[in-house]
Design a protein around this ligand. Structure first.
Ligand SMILES: [Zn+2]
Length: 114
């Protein structure tokens, strides 16, 4: 197996994980939306309403992070399929193998990511 094949598999694996997490967060958001619909909208005076709102913000933040991760993973996969998956998108130098192992979806070297 070539390094590129191994990395493509790591990226695919990571993508599955993130897609599952995203689906999970979206399920929780849907449940929260349904729950919210059964309560009145008086968040200011209803302690449950306040906690629902903060839970909502937390889940929305998580969802946004998962969506961004997926985009980064897709970009890494596209770069890999073009044959430049091992070089930094910013400075063009090779990305350290240890970094690619830890983060198969990395598109920049450790210096540029910092
Ligand atoms: Zn770089």
């Amino acid at each position: 197996m070539t390094d590129t094949t191994a990395r493509a598999e790591q990226i695919a694996e990571r993508r599955r994980e993130v897609a599952e997490q995203l689906a999970d967060v979206e399920r929780q958001l849907a449940e929260l939306r349904a729950l919210r619909g059964t309560l009145n909208d008086d968040d200011e005076h209803d302690p449950d309403g306040v906690s629902l709102s903060s839970e909502w913000s937390r889940l929305e933040g998580l969802r946004q992070a998962e969506v961004e991760s997926l985009a980064a993973i897709d970009e890494a996969a596209a770069r890999l399929s073009r044959g430049d998956g091992g070089t930094c998108a910013s400075c063009g130098r090779p990305i350290a193998p240890a970094r690619l192992e830890a983060r198969p979806d990395a598109t920049t070297c450790i210096d540029c990511a910092a």
